[in-house]
Write a protein that binds this ligand. Structure first.
Ligand code: GLV
Length: 324
């Protein structure tokens, strides 16, 4: 009998075609998120699940999926999956790194530029019919070229952002648990510094760390107080890396100049304080949202799910220890 795979929500069709080669696919092409009880019910007879960052594959959900062998998450981040609980059950967890690196770095840079140069505010101004004439001080923002960029986390996406920043003549600082290999530091001309030093000396701070217990609220009151009053914070990683209430207070008090945010602590809810501030640019978690990239992410997750169910090694396991 073919293994059964649950695809939790709407995906690009390439994923379904890949799965259908070897599996029976349980799929409704809906954008609705399955409530936990419905997710558990649909997982009852599934050997595989292709899920998204909106699906909480908690220890409780995993415990109620007796036949599950693989969880294929359509995202590079996998904080929505309780990996230790999956590992304890011998369930393979996979994710989709690599294919979204450049698109996410592009979006990070777009957000940095949009925030620094007040692009959404300027567009609202024009569309609102308020543009009367050219003024010397109309909608002036911050320089980007030549200003120091602090990159928190120099992994794949952090490095791709650094490459873009080199084109803007930006001196680069980065913080990470360990320095990057010398060849990468040399290529990027990036200096490894403690997070506090980075916060004190950067004009822009951009976050590229995964969400884990030790990175939750990595940027909170103390860190925001260390930033320059002229600095801009950019976050395209995960919302809970930043203590959102602390960020709102810091922005209101003028402890930093602005923020560009693609991710939020309680998505899809956005802190009302952020919505009220003119110096923040807010996007609905679209870091990797290009058609080719999202198509590749769907196909990659489906391919890895099918591979595990065929008894093969997936391309991107998160917990390779269960593969033996
Ligand atoms: C998106 O946020 C991802 O983790 O791929």
């Amino acid at each position: 009998m073919k293994p059964r795979v649950l695809v939790t929500r709407h995906v690009y069709p390439a994923a379904i075609a890949i799965l259908q080669e070897d599996c029976t696919v349980d799929y409704h092409a809906t954008h609705d998120v399955l409530a936990p009880d419905r997710l558990v019910r649909r997982l009852q007879h599934a050997q595989g699940v292709v899920c998204q960052l909106t699906d909480a594959l908690t220890a409780d959900v995993i415990a109620e999926a007796p036949q599950l062998k693989v969880i294929a998450n359509i995202a590079v981040g996998y904080d929505n999956v309780d990996v230790p609980a999956a590992t304890a059950r011998g369930i393979v967890v996979t994710h989709t790194p690599g294919v979204l690196t450049e698109a996410t770095a592009d979006l990070t840079f777009a957000l940095l530029l949009a925030t620094a140069r007040r692009l959404p505010e300027a567009e609202r101004f024009l569309r609102g019919g308020r543009w009367q004439r050219w003024d010397v001080d109309l909608l002036c923002g911050a320089d980007v070229h030549g200003r120091t960029l602090g990159i928190v986390g120099l992994g794949r996406i952090g490095q791709a952002v650094a490459r873009r920043a080199r084109g803007f003549g930006m001196p680069l600082l980065y913080s990470a648990p360990r320095p990057a290999p010398e060849a990468i530091e040399r290529e990027l001309q990036a200096r490894h510094v403690p997070l506090d030093t980075l916060l004190q000396h950067s004009d822009f701070v951009t976050l590229h760390v995964p969400l884990r217990d030790d990175t939750r609220h990595l940027i909170s009151v103390e860190q925001l107080c260390r930033m320059r009053r002229s600095a801009i914070l950019v976050n395209t990683s995960r919302g809970p890396i930043v203590d959102e209430a602390a960020l709102v207070a810091a922005l209101e008090e003028g402890l930093l100049a602005g923020a560009g945010l693609d991710v939020f602590e309680h998505e899809p809810q956005v802190h009302p304080g952020l919505l009220a501030l003119p110096n923040v640019v807010l996007l609905p978690h679209v870091g990797s949202a290009t058609v080719p990239v999202r198509t590749r992410m769907c196909a990659l997750a489906a391919g890895d799910c099918a591979a595990v169910l065929r008894g093969e090694r997936p391309a991107h396991p998160v917990n390779p220890e269960v593969l033996g």
